[in-house]
Design a protein around this ligand. Structure first.
Ligand SMILES: Cc1cc2nc3c(=O)[nH]c(=O)nc-3n(C[C@H](O)[C@H](O)[C@H](O)COP(=O)(O)O)c2cc1C
Length: 360
């Protein structure tokens, strides 16, 4: 089985081709510091060839949701050191996912301040999980050019902090309707300056952030996650295929490790004008860097994806959440634990570190 074979991934040697996808679990404290329980959570899953952390806020300004961790204060960095140390001691590798939520936040959890976004366009058709329950999205404040510059520098500093905390690399979270993807979508970006309008201008922010990350920590430690046809977060692009083709072609000119491609989900139908292409076949075959395929894979479909020869790794989200020993279960054709949706976001140890191992 290809999935369980060792592989070279840039400078990293991975013990299998199974990555754990980034998953927000909302169990940090109000200062964005991860708990000792989080050390246990990632350590339990160190059998993955590679792990991505939950999305980590690059700055206070990047905050969108309560109890999500940060990597911009000393205490936050010190707490992450415990995670990386333990994961490494258990033979695992772990990459920090860097996060700015843009308009996908709420002033309730931002000290009363409205979120910043490419344009003052609120997310339609969904509500936001806040510390005071579900709320309608607010109209965000348009981010200024000076704030864009500061945000790019914040990404660079967060990347340096991540490496100082012992992570094996950083991933730009440019998927799922957060700030980088907002710049790419007309439903969030109606700017008329150098960051909006044409496809190259809309792609500029993502490309500048990637250049900053590469400069900060070296391209071999940098990757990006994109979800071209996934409309989550009210992402509607006039020309999703053209926009992401341009983005991938420009990313090809940069020297970094990988692109994680998240396919659309059947639970979030794309707008009617979106193409039906399979994202891995369409974009994956254009990508110069390593490709990680994500979303909706089980053992059989992951194996079939690897056989196609486009993706080098498959990342699994919910399956790893519920099965800390997923590679062993795949190897032994064992039955899988079912994920519990009620404990995915927030709460304590239950639904976090108490999913049983095969021999429990
Ligand atoms: C509880 C939960 C939290 C998630 N949080 C993040 C996140 O912080 N960053 C991210 O890029 N994707 C996040 N995702 C999406 C997953 O990384 C992954 O793309 C998605 O679950 C599809 O993969 P799967 O079908 O294997 O679960 C989350 C998914 C779940 C279930």
């Amino acid at each position: 089985m290809k999935l369980l074979e060792q592989t070279q991934f840039g400078k990293l040697t991975l013990k299998n081709k199974m990555a754990m996808a980034a998953m927000t679990r909302s169990r940090a404290d109000i200062n964005g510091i991860v708990a000792d329980m989080t050390v246990e959570y990632y350590t339990q899953r160190a059998g993955a060839g590679l792990m991505f952390t939950e999305a980590i806020r690059i700055s206070e300004e990047a905050t969108g949701s309560p109890l999500t961790p940060g990597i911009y204060t000393n205490d936050q960095i010190e707490a992450w050191k415990k995670v990386t140390k333990s994961v490494h001691e258990h033979g695992g590798l772990i990459i920090a996912q860097l996060w700015h939520t843009g308009r996908a936040g709420h002033s309730i959890d931002r000290n009363g301040k409205l979120p910043l976004a490419p344009s003052p366009l609120a997310i339609q058709g969904m509500q936001h999980f806040t510390s005071q329950g579900l709320k309608d999205y607010e109209t965000p404040q348009e981010i200024t050019l000076a704030e864009i510059g500061q945000t790019i520098r914040d990404y660079g500093q967060a990347a340096r902090n991540a490496i100082a905390a012992g992570f094996d690399g950083v991933e730009l979270h440019a998927a799922n309707g957060y700030l980088p993807s907002q710049f790419l979508a007309e439903s969030a970006n109606q700017r008329t300056d150098d960051y909006g309008g044409s496809i190259p201008k809309k792609a500029r922010f993502v490309l500048e952030v990637m250049q900053e990350l590469i400069l900060a920590v070296g391209g071999d430690k940098v990757g990006i996650k994109i979800s071209p046809f996934h409309p989550y977060g009210d992402m509607v692009l006039d020309d999703p295929k053209g926009t992401y083709t341009y983005l991938v072609q420009e990313l090809n000119k940069l020297d970094f490790a990988y692109i994680e491609l998240m396919k659309r989900s059947p639970y979030f139908p794309s707008p009617a004008h979106y193409p039906a292409d399979d994202e891995i076949e369409l974009f994956g075959s254009m990508i110069k860097q390593a490709v990680i395929a994500n979303a909706g894979y089980d053992k059989a479909s992951a194996e079939a994806e690897l056989e196609k020869g486009i993706a080098g790794l498959i990342s699994f989200g919910t399956l790893f959440l519920a099965n800390p020993d997923l590679p062993i279960r795949f190897e032994k054709e064992a039955i899988l634990n079912e994920p519990d949706r009620a404990t995915m976001f927030g709460g304590g140890a239950h639904g976090y570190v108490d999913y049983p191992f095969l021999n429990d």
